[in-house]
Design a protein around this ligand. Structure first.
Ligand code: GLA
Length: 386
């Protein structure tokens, strides 16, 4: 069984390698999105203005006609339109078609998260003898980069249309932004492959020792209609351990075996089959899974399938962990551009990452980045229809 599994992962890797805050500023305009043709490549339309900087919406189209829309405001993936088994094309991620909705506040829909994905307890950590105090924006804790994290910044964009559409986003985070030390240069490249893979490559460098944990916070609903819950989706997570949390959702430092718990997704299980046993307030999965891996190559972490639409999502990553979140805080108060409410459990997130609160947990893999070092990670969300 183990051999077969390892062989399967090896095959997947080989085949992959081969085939491949509140905003202080106001929105100045809210230009409607220009319809793009289904031609392969990348097009740009005006999306508005933030911090006196122009914001665009980029449409990446692959040879199959899959379309991913990404804005340079927060590096947000606003939609990913792909066919279901009957050929109906709908978006499988939560998002809005107007910048105004994003500026009104949202729980990181599709956004690039940094400098630190998930929570840092009490917003404090130490590097050597220096204690750093971060902005706190989640009770007493720091969440997803603070008050004005990377999800609320306007990134510089460059596009490439060579073999497949590629959007490269850059942002320089100044020394002590949100309390983090070091001037940090970040580059994130989104690539849409012809076999419906959305690859996200993260690179960064600093001029002072700092901590870093970059991720993307897309919310998926494989039915393509967020009025359906995701509790019937089947999920496999390649993880024998997870990191338990306290009532404030702060990791306790323990690595707990998933065996015999509702966290065991080593064999496919419906997301909803044991969710009531997970507990917590408002209840549901909001946990980091420790991925089974022997090295830091791109490996299969998660597979999710929806039998009704026939869609399958596979997540490959070089990261040690993945935050599985079942949209527990969604309560219908935020509505999609079509007016339909985003209710609890109408989407799931798979935030590939280092473990939450690693800067305060010496036993977790380090998130320290020093001058001269290069931060690099890759995650691929791969869609198919069965
Ligand atoms: C992450 C966190 C959740 C929640 C969402 C955003 O997944 O772990 O607790 O903050 O982001 O709402």
């Amino acid at each position: 069984m183990k051999l077969t599994k390892n062989f399967f992962f090896a095959t997947v890797i080989v085949s992959l390698i081969m085939t491949a805050c509140n905003n202080s500023s106001e929105e100045k305009k809210d230009t409607p999105v220009t319809e793009t043709t289904s031609k392969t490549g990348i097009t740009r339309s005006d999306f508005g203005n933030v911090d006196n900087k122009p914001v665009y919406l980029y449409t990446l189209t692959n040879a199959k006609g899959d379309q991913v829309k990404i804005t340079n405001y927060g590096g947000i993936v606003t939609s990913w339109v792909s066919p279901d088994k009957k050929g109906n094309r709908t978006s499988i991620v939560l998002g809005f078609d107007s910048l105004r909705n994003y500026l009104a506040g949202h729980p990181y829909f599709g956004a690039l998260v940094g400098r630190y994905g998930n929570r840092i307890a009490k917003g404090k950590f130490k590097i050597g003898d220096n204690t750093y105090t971060l902005a706190t924006n989640n009770g007493a804790n720091h969440l997803h980069g603070g008050i004005k994290g990377f999800d609320k910044q306007v990134w510089d964009a460059t596009v490439a249309n060579d073999a497949v559409p590629e959007l490269s986003l850059s942002y320089t985070s100044k020394d002590m932004e949100e309390g983090y030390p070091g001037n940090l240069k970040v580059n994130v490249t989104y690539t849409l492959t012809d076999d419906d893979g959305l690859q996200i490559e993260y690179n960064a460098e600093t001029d002072k020792p700092t901590v870093l944990n970059l991720t993307n916070h897309s919310y998926f609903n494989l039915t393509g209609d967020p009025s359906n819950s995701i509790l019937d989706h089947e999920m496999m997570i390649n993880a024998n351990y997870y990191t338990p949390v306290d009532t404030g959702l702060i990791t306790t430092g323990e690595l707990k075996a998933v065996k015999g718990t509702p966290f065991d997704f080593n064999t496919p299980e419906k997301i909803g089959s044991r969710i009531a046993q997970v507990g917590g307030n408002p209840g549901g999965y909001d946990h980091n899974f420790v991925l089974n891996r022997t090295d830091s190559s791109l490996q299969l972490a998660v597979t999710v399938t929806d039998s009704v639409s026939g869609r399958k999502l596979q997540v490959f990553t070089t990261q040690p962990g993945v935050q599985f979140y079942t949209g527990n805080f969604l309560d219908g108060s935020i509505k999609g551009s079509d007016g339909k409410p985003f209710n609890k459990n109408c989407a799931f997130c798979l935030e590939t990452q280092h473990f939450p609160d690693s800067p305060n947990q010496p036993k977790f893999p380090t998130t320290l980045l020093k001058p001269g070092e290069k931060y690099h990670s890759v995650t691929m969300y791969k869609l198919s229809v069965e």
